[in-house]
Each structure stands twice: as structure tokens, then as C-alpha cells.
Design a protein around this ligand. Structure first.
Ligand SMILES: Nc1ncnc2c1ncn2[C@@H]1O[C@H](COP(=O)(O)OP(=O)(O)OP(=O)(O)O)[C@@H](O)[C@H]1O
Length: 259
């Protein structure tokens, strides 16, 4: 597969150059440059209001950047709408609104598979394509540990199961780079552990950009960490480099002191 080849050759999954976004007078993203290697979990951390969610929204295309370039395995994504980025393999998870409460887990996954289908099974006619979509949806349900509740209504899921469904919906779109916004939010210790294991398992297939406040999860998962402060990149490095970085410690200490 091209993606595996890319991972093996150390290719950049995502390159971000000079990305900028202001809300009125407030610069939420200031000239952000990022290089995210294929097959890695790359965490984005930073104090509240640092611009992490804004950055993910700019990458997914939910927000239009004021300036800058975004490349997915060398292919320009800037200037493309969100759906075109999804089709190219740049997919954001945890957009809770994308779950249809009145559909079962499996039906939700099937809708997501069919949305991303033109990339893979577009040449089959409708009924064969429906069957393949259902099989693919079942496979995704297994993949995220929801096979036992596959026929339950999505509205009946626990919080943790719903978050797994969010991951499943994103995987169903066959991402090459998965953007995850606080996957551990609102989870207990054990549920977080399960989510960490799930994200760890995804690394074999894709690249993950992870925004997360739970530092235990970040340190367990990340190959590289980028620290954002006031919309700008303060530092990028390995877990050990970031933990030892005096400027990073100061940025967090500064936050604690003001709270
Ligand atoms: N729609 C908006 N309009 C105006 N300002 C906004 C908007 N969204 C975010 N901001 C501001 O932009 C800055 C960055 O916000 P953002 O949500 O991206 O940060 P964050 O790092 O994700 O924060 P948190 O960790 O609290 O989720 C903050 O100062 C925030 O108040």
C-alpha cells in the first residue's frame, strides 16, 4: 500500500507552512509550521486558549485559514473544502454532531463508510456497494470494540462507547491522517486506558494528530509533541525533550499561576 510505503520511507504525512488565523483582532494561530511524520502519533498540547482546537479546525477545513499551506502526503489541502479533505484522507474525529442518534451503531458506521466509498468501491453498482459497505461497517465496529452493541441505537450508548463510535466513524472514512480532539475528555481511568489502547493500535495503519489535555495519555501515546502557546509553536520534540524543556515548563507554570 502507498501509505505503508510512505511510513517506511519516513515521508511527511502532513506538512503545515505559515498557517494563520485571527478572530477579529485576536491571532489564534500565528504562523504555524508543522511536520508530521507518517505512522506516528503527534500530540499538540498547550494551555487553555493556546489555539489547539483552532489548529485542528484549520487542518480539517472546518475553518478557513487567513494564510498558509497544508499538504497531505505532498498533496495540497489548503483551498479544499472539508469534504474534499475527507475524501483525500484527512479526517477529524470527535465531531459529535456526525452521530445520528436514531440510527444503530452499525447503520451510523455504514453511512460513514458510504460517504468515503467513492475512494474505494465506487466502481461497483449500488447493491454490491451496499453489501460491501455493511461488511466494512461491521469490520470497523469490531475494530473499535463495538461489535456487541452494533445493533443498539446510538442514543443508548454510554459516553465512552459513543466516543469509540466517533473514532469508528472517522476510521470508516479510511483516513490516512486522523485528527483527534480530546478523545479522553469525560472518561474515567479505565475507559481512558481502553481509548489509549485503541489509538495505539491505529498507529499501525495511519498517522494521528492528537489534541489532548490528559498528559498521562499524551506521554503514553505520542512519538512527537508540539507545544502551542498563544497560537504559536513554542517547541516540538520527543516526549523526553518536551518534558525537559525549560520554556515548556514555564508556559505551564505560568498557566497554573494565573488560575
Ligand atoms: N469562534 C471564535 N471567535 C472568537 N474567538 C475565538 C473563537 N474560537 C476560539 N476563540 C479564541 O481563540 C483562542 C484559541 O482558542 P482555541 O479554542 O483554539 O484554544 P484551545 O487551545 O483549543 O483551548 P482549550 O484547551 O481551552 O480547548 C482563544 O483565545 C479563544 O478564546
Amino acid at each position: 500500500m502507498a501509505h505503508e510505503h510512505a511510513a517506511a520511507s519516513g515521508a511527511q504525512a502532513l506538512s503545515v507552512r505559515g498557517l494563520k488565523k485571527s478572530y477579529g483582532g485576536l491571532a489564534a494561530t500565528r504562523d504555524v509550521h508543522l511536520e508530521i511524520a507518517a505512522g506516528q502519533v503527534h500530540a499538540i498540547i498547550g494551555p487553555n486558549g493556546a489555539g489547539k482546537t483552532t489548529l485542528l479546525s484549520l487542518l480539517s477545513g472546518a475553518l478557513a485559514a487567513d494564510a498558509g499551506e497544508i499538504y497531505l502526503f505532498g498533496q495540497a489541502m489548503h483551498g479544499h473544502a472539508e469534504q474534499a479533505r475527507v475524501a483525500a484522507g484527512l479526517v477529524r474525529s470527535f465531531q459529535i454532531t456526525s452521530v445520528f442518534d436514531e440510527l444503530s451503531v452499525l447503520e451510523n458506521l455504514q453511512v460513514a463508510v458510504q460517504r468515503g466509498q467513492h475512494r474505494s468501491y465506487g466502481f461497483f453498482h449500488a447493491s454490491a456497494s451496499d453489501r460491501l459497505a455493511r461488511e466494512a461497517a461491521l469490520e470497523v465496529a469490531r475494530r473499535v470494540g463495538l461489535e456487541k452493541v452494533a445493533h443498539q441505537l446510538s442514543s443508548q450508548l454510554s459516553h465512552a462507547a459513543r466516543r469509540r463510535l466517533d473514532v469508528g466513524l472517522a476510521i470508516a472514512c479510511r483516513p490516512r491522517v486522523l485528527l483527534m480532539d480530546e478523545p479522553m475528555a469525560g472518561m474515567g481511568h479505565e475507559e481512558s486506558g481502553d481509548m489509549i489502547a485503541l489509538i495505539q493500535s491505529l498507529k499501525q495503519e495511519l498517522t494521528v494528530v492528537l489534541v489532548e489535555h490528559d498528559m498521562d495519555a499524551v506521554f503514553a501515546l505520542a512519538d512527537r509533541i508540539t507545544v502551542l502557546v498563544q497560537g504559536a509553536v513554542l517547541a516540538t520534540g520527543s516526549v523526553d525533550e518536551i518534558r525537559a524543556n525549560a520554556e515548556v515548563k514555564l508556559a505551564y507554570l505560568g498557566e497554573e499561576e494565573t488560575q
